[in-house]
Write a protein that binds this ligand. Structure first.
Ligand code: RFL
Length: 394
């Protein structure tokens, strides 16, 4: 079997690349280890930057999102019982969209497979890549039903298989640098069957640790609670969780939190990495396969879309017009954006975690970092710009 592009992974990055290729009439094959039902229900991100939605819209991929997503225009810090509301849309004219990642994945799969006629294999096992530095790379995988290994020849391979995939591991260690950062804290990531208790993202800095609140839909809210890295989610009973959320997010005049059943409870060790370069021969990495940003600043999904727009457009330019500009500049452009978001995440992480660090020096500096946003118009504008992400369109 032969196909111009094999895309490994049907997350937001892989499905966006696939859709861009199909819109240009280029054939591709997407390989995914999970089932379609599973990826359409896997909850993760939910905060999408306006430029990313415009990028999806330009590629015909945002119709349902624009009908259903909420818009967010502000961010609230809570500290020492006070609320500090930061109206970033008033400052910049830009906003965020709130749309659960599994809804976006559902829209992208439908468009790719059911509307644009793209090929996709779910439930594959044992994906292997060969000959990436030749002009005839191949990808093989084990079919879920027959158990037989199939080999596909491709001109290009898009490695979009996330943080735990196989494509990153193929990059030769001598020529690739992986820069890692460990924040040394855990976040208990929760999904509650409860309506949001605020009209915006809220983070409370508290001596017991940071707590976060983010709307996902009118019925579901994501919460975060800082915890020791590697903590066992079973240490966190329903009552302990809601007590800690109420304590850490307490502030005068704040709406009381609406309690609900917890439908997800997992500990994320806060860390990040950037792989550089993101290319080896005919393999191009995109999204979490190439760089992970801890969910501190809600950047991961946005970066995955950024890469996918560039990679999809660059592959189309090469395969349909022989134009190599996009492919040759791909890694440098994506890595620069990844570092920009990593740096912002690190800056925000110190603001969030300083208060509970046990170190009065870090705690004092964290408060100064937050107060500056409310006393300096220049600092406020710079923060808003970074929180909203890329200014030019994707
Ligand atoms: P994905 O979404 O992980 O998709 C990769 C796909 O590849 C499949 N796969 C394989 N397929 C074939 N062969 C293999 N060997 C394979 N191995 C894996 C997987 O099953 C999967 O379907 O990566 P992609 O496309 O790069 O997208 C990245 C985003 O998913 C990720 O950055 C965000 O979810 C991060 N993130 C957030 N990002 C935001 O921008 N805003 C947020 O508010 C936000 N909140 C979050 C988050 C991530 C979280 N978790 C679970 C780490 C909240 C959480 C809790």
């Amino acid at each position: 079997q032969r196909v111009p592009v094999v895309v490994v992974g049907a997350g937001p990055a892989g499905l966006t690349v696939g859709n861009i290729l199909r819109a240009a009439g280029i054939d591709c094959l997407v390989l995914e280890t999970e089932t379609r039902a599973f990826i359409e229900r896997r909850p993760r991100a939910g905060v999408i930057e306006e430029w990313a939605v415009r990028g999806l819209e330009r590629r015909g991929l945002a119709r349902v999102l624009l009908e259903r997503a909420q818009r967010h225009t502000a961010f609230e810090f809570r500290f020492a019982g006070e609320r500090h509301r930061f109206e970033y849309t008033a400052l910049t004219g830009s906003h965020h969209y709130i749309y659960p990642q599994q809804f976006l994945v559902t829209d992208l799969v439908r468009e790719y497979a059911d509307v644009r006629g793209g090929r996709i294999r779910f439930g594959v096992r044992g994906v292997r890549l060969r000959g990436l530095e030749s002009d005839r790379p191949s990808v093989s995988y084990v079919c879920p039903d027959s158990g037989e290994r199939r080999v596909v020849q491709a001109a290009f391979v898009a490695g979009c298989d996330g943080a735990r995939g196989v494509t990153r591991a193929v990059l030769p260690s001598g020529r690739v640098r992986t820069a890692r950062h460990d924040y040394g804290v855990g976040w208990l990531a929760l999904l509650a069957e409860a309506p949001p208790s605020s009209d915006c993202v809220v983070f409370g800095m508290h001596p017991s640790g940071v707590a976060g609140h983010m709307a996902r839909s009118p019925e579901v809210t994501r919460y975060y609670l800082q915890c020791p890295p590697g903590d066992d989610p079973d240490n966190w009973s329903h009552d302990r969780i809601w007590t800690q959320l109420r304590r850490r997010l307490a502030a005068s005049g704040a709406r009381p939190l609406v309690e609900g059943r917890l439908i997800e409870k997992r500990v994320l060790d806060m860390h990040g990495y950037v792989v550089e370069p993101m290319v080896c021969g005919r393999l191009f990495l995109a999204g979490d396969a190439a760089h992970l940003t801890a969910p501190i600043a809600a950047k991961g999904l946005n970066l995955a879309l950024h890469d996918a727009f560039l990679l999809g457009d660059a592959l189309v330019a090469h395969l349909s017009r022989g134009d190599d500009t996009g492919l040759s500049g791909y890694s440098a452009a994506c890595v620069a954006q990844a570092w920009d978001y990593q740096e912002f995440s690190q800056w925000l992480a110190e603001l969030y975690h300083g208060t509970a660090s046990g170190d009065p020096y870090r705690a004092g500096a964290a408060v100064a970092r937050m107060r500056r946003l409310f006393t300096s118009a220049v600092a406020a504008t710079a923060f808003a710009e970074q929180y909203l992400g890329i200014r030019t369109s994707g």
